[in-house]
Design a protein around this ligand. Structure first.
Ligand code: HEM
Length: 228
């Protein structure tokens, strides 16, 4: 029989239902994946127009002319869809003091040494930077995109200004691709995160490990709505 040095005889690990925490409601998840699908279509159609080497991508959109026609429309709809997501999420993406502490311990973040990290709310600084990066880049892309939408706005913009707009549009698009690669990488790299956007739930352990302040607040809430 095992010796008891640190425990009482009656101490037990009791298996119960694992705790799950709801992180995203159904409409937020739908909004996220709808935006993601549109932005991927936007990137593919944009790159198809960007260089002749990628012209073959126009086949996905029914040929050159229809890609040229569809790309700005997909852009406007993507921005509107992102705006809906933005309205739901911006408040919890505001920078806070603990984000600076988190940034100073970036080495511990990369080595998954969470003991030295501060307790965080719903998002960490990396997620917040991705969020604001997406916001500012989409804003730059929609403004510059409208300026080069010659079908409707050709007479309002001089050639000189349009050239600058093309530059802003292309640079923002490349940065957007980099931000999205970072976003997807982080979502896969942090185990259990994809569940947040698929089932809408995360495990209690995930919440405790990565977003303890958020978990504490949810646990202490008196007005918790019934789970779906
Ligand atoms: C296509 C592949 C994508 C995957 C696999 C993915 C995955 C995820 C996951 C798992 C989360 C939840 C993170 C968490 O709650 O901790 C999330 C959040 C989010 N995603 Fe995506 N996503 C993708 C594309 C996009 C795109 C294209 C956009 C918009 C341009 C986007 C915008 C967001 C935003 C705004 C959040 C909320 C995070 C925050 O507010 O800081 N995602 N994504």
């Amino acid at each position: 029989m095992a010796r008891r040095e640190f425990s009482e005889r009656s101490d037990r690990i009791v298996a119960t239902e694992p705790v799950e925490v709801r992180r995203y409601a159904g409409y937020t998840r739908f909004n996220h994946w709808f935006t993601a699908a549109l932005i991927i279509a936007l990137i593919l159609s944009g790159f198809a127009l960007f260089t002749p080497q990628l012209f073959f991508l126009t086949a996905l959109f029914g040929g050159g002319q229809s890609t040229r026609f569809l790309h700005p429309i997909i852009g406007v709809v993507s921005c509107l869809s992102f705006l809906l997501l933005f309205v739901q999420l911006w408040r919890l993406n505001i920078m806070r003091r603990e984000d600076l502490v988190w940034a100073r311990h970036i080495g511990d973040v990369l080595t998954a040494n969470e003991e030295n990290l501060p307790e965080l709310g719903k998002y960490n600084l990396g997620q917040k930077m991705v969020f604001w990066g997406m916001f500012w880049l989409l804003l730059a892309m929609i403004i510059s995109g409208v300026m080069i939408w010659q079908q409707f706005f050709a007479d309002m913009i001089s050639i000189e200004v349009r050239r600058w707009a093309v530059l802003v549009h292309s640079v923002s698009a490349v940065l957007m691709v980099l931000v999205i690669i970072l976003h997807v990488h982080a979502a896969i790299w942090t185990r259990g995160t994809i569940n947040a956007m698929t089932s809408g739930r995360v495990s209690g352990g995930w919440a405790w490990r990565h977003h303890r302040k958020w978990l504490r607040e949810v646990a202490n809430r008196q007005d918790t709505p019934p789970a779906e």
